[in-house]
Design a protein around this ligand. Structure first.
Ligand code: ZN
Length: 54
């Protein structure tokens, strides 16, 4: 991961709302294996807030 600015997302042409990556199901984090009530879809799967790269 580099230093991505907000401009990178604008130039991409497709602005993804943050809510689209939200996983509204309890389960294990794909990164650290911890059980989380809320997860976000990451590159490797659903991850907990601690592992989510904002
Ligand atoms: Zn995690």
């Amino acid at each position: 991961m580099g230093n991505r600015s907000l401009d990178d997302f604008r130039d991409d042409g497709t602005v993804e709302p943050a809510v689209s990556t939200y996983v509204a199901r309890r389960g294990e984090c794909a990164a650290c294996g911890a059980s989380a009530e809320r997860r976000w879809q990451g590159e490797d799967g659903a991850v907990c807030p601690d592992c989510k790269e904002w």
